[in-house]
Design a protein around this ligand. Structure first.
Ligand SMILES: Nc1ncnc2c1ncn2[C@@H]1O[C@H](COP(=O)(O)OP(=O)(O)OP(=O)(O)O)[C@@H](O)[C@H]1O
Ligand SMILES: [Mg+2]
Length: 227
């Protein structure tokens, strides 16, 4: 499902004459089938950077990201935006909902962008909000939602176009333990029900252990963590 081949990512130097910051180099990795894979690792090892490259948000210096039969970084920017909209769901640590739109509109927008009529997008968005237990909050703005509710809306939005791949970067990192457990439970439930491939980044090994596979990112390489 998700294959990474010889992937290299560098941040440009902070000042001229300095070397670039190499986050990973020649990284190869794969998640087969519809599994849930966790990536753990210390702060600053490059987990978010890797997820952004997998999600088509940050371009690698070299290498390939293959999702199904599509080579993500060989697409033109327009094709990649379209592919992302339909095939990749992304949940950020902080929900990144659009502040001036209601919960319902935030979930409906990706469908509208995919060409679904607005009334149909809203109908489906309502169903997704029901799925995450927020039918009573559909007309709230993000500022009128709690942290856990916002994150559930973000999850519904990520699933709007039923993508085969869901990438989640510390999706519960900003929540209290109880709410985090609820959101994580929901994430796994949706992963199983919809048969998604899930890549979950977390620094919490207990959360990671809820996934079928656990990988550690260290010195730019991913190695399996054996339970
Ligand atoms: N825009 C940027 N420009 C330069 N360096 C950056 C930039 N963003 C991140 N870095 C550096 O790249 C490295 C990897 O950062 P990244 O955010 O991917 O780490 P992370 O594993 O997600 O950490 P955390 O667990 O704290 O979220 C860090 O050393 C960081 O300082
Ligand atoms: Mg991070």
């Amino acid at each position: 499902m998700l294959t990474v081949h010889q992937l290299t990512y560098r941040y440009p130097p902070a000042s001229p004459g300095q070397p670039p910051l190499v986050v990973f180099e020649n990284l190869s990795w794969a998640v087969e089938g519809r599994a849930a894979a966790a990536i753990v690792g210390a702060s600053g090892v490059g987990k978010s950077t890797l997820l952004h490259v997998l999600g088509g948000l940050d371009a690698p210096a070299a290498g390939e990201v293959r999702i199904g039969s599509t080579s993500l970084w060989e697409l033109s920017p327009t094709e990649r935006a379209r592919f992302r909209n339909r095939s990749i769901g992304f949940v950020f640590q902080f929900h990144h909902l659009l502040p001036e739109f209601t919960a319902l509109e935030n979930v409906a927008l990706p469908m509208r962008m995919a060409g679904v009529r607005w009334d149909e997008s809203c109908r489906r968005a309502r169903r997704l909000l029901e799925r995450v237990g927020l039918e009573q909050r559909q007309h709230h703005l993000p500022a009128e939602l709690s942290g856990g509710e916002s994150q559930r809306v973000a999850l519904a939005r990520a699933l709007a176009n039923a993508p085969p791949l869901l990438l989640a970067d510390e999706p519960t990192g900003n929540l209290d333990e109880r709410t985090a457990a609820d959101v994580l439970g929901l994430l796994h439930e949706l992963q199983r029900d919809q048969g998604l491939t899930l890549v979950l980044v977390t620094h919490d090994s207990r959360l990671a252990a809820t996934c079928q596979q656990v990988w550690r990112l260290e010195r730019g390489q991913l190695t399996p963590v054996v339970a």
